[in-house]
Design a protein around this ligand. Structure first.
Ligand code: ZN
Length: 280
């Protein structure tokens, strides 16, 4: 049985029947309200989700979903992982995954504001993998079993900072506070007909900027998780932003402005709507 794991008022919830069910309550106190514990115990969520009975504790509209992975130990980003994006960036196709860090402090929820730190901040819609099981040297064929679920992410990128040093330091330009919206929830892998072929898109102020499918990834999810787990032990809640398709702003010299609305959509996961505001 599938589960959709979200967070409302810092408490883990299961999303079902148009509403939210408090996980601690509906697990009979077996799983705490901490979303990080819920992710670590994702194997048990299938049964709890299957047993949900009665009306939800709250309607989704009344209880907006917050940050579903509040304290991951590690957040990886992958650069140039779609051919068309590598081409628009004028870069050669990578021969191994171009990996950087987004510091966990940049993460915000699916409706939170993006606070702009300069005039050259850019959108990047991405599929985000949420690791579910502690593991090292995970074989490609075992990867989907080690994933708690999938969510949507925006790898917001301050291009001036990103390219201020040579070689560029991707990590800093992509780690400003609020530059990592994720959500709206973690969707269990069993809900996808093919988890390696998922549509994703990004609209800014109602205009379609990016649209692709994860089947276009140069390094797919099994390859990325296997590769990264060969370097460091992956922990439940660790996140991998898998890379963005073509259509980012920097190649056309257009960037996010205060008042802009960034809508990120991933098939089978949902929609995030993040407004852009000026830093006060
Ligand atoms: Zn990115």
């Amino acid at each position: 049985m599938a589960f959709n794991l979200g967070c409302v008022n810092q408490r883990a919830v299961l999303v079902a029947n148009g509403g939210v069910y408090d996980l601690e309550r509906h697990s009979g106190g077996k799983i705490s309200s901490d979303p990080m514990q819920a992710i670590a115990r994702n194997a048990e969520l299938h049964e709890i989700a299957a047993g949900l009975a009665g009306a939800p504790d709250g309607a989704l509209e009344a209880a907006p979903l917050g940050l579903c992975v509040p304290r991951p130990q590690k957040v990886f980003g992958i650069g140039l992982n779609y051919k068309a994006h590598a081409a628009e960036s004028g870069m050669d196709l990578p021969t191994s995954p171009v990996t950087f860090t987004k510091f966990p402090s940049c993460l915000v929820g699916p409706t939170d504001d993006i606070v702009l730190y300069g005039p050259t901040s850019d959108w990047e819609v991405e599929l985000v993998v949420v690791i579910g099981k502690r593991g090292r040297d995970i074989a490609k064929e075992d990867v989907w079993g080690a994933v708690a679920g999938l969510t949507c992410g925006q790898d917001i990128s301050e291009r001036t900072t990103q390219f201020a040093a040579k070689p560029p330091h991707f990590d800093l330009g992509k780690s400003f506070d609020t530059y990592g919206p994720i959500g709206p929830m973690i969707v269990s892998v069993d809900q996808f007909d093919n988890p390696d072929d998922i549509g994703l898109s990004c609209d800014v102020n109602g205009e379609r900027k990016q649209e692709s499918r994860t089947s276009e990834l140069i390094f797919d999810v099994p390859t990325l998780v296997s590769y990264l787990s060969g370097i460091c032990t992956l922990e439940p809640g660790d996140l991998i932003f898998t890379g963005t398709p073509d259509g980012v702003g920097v190649t056309k010299g257009t960037f996010l402005q205060p008042g802009d609305s960034v809508v990120s959509i991933i098939e089978g996961i949902g929609t995030m709507t993040n407004g852009c505001v000026e830093r006060s």
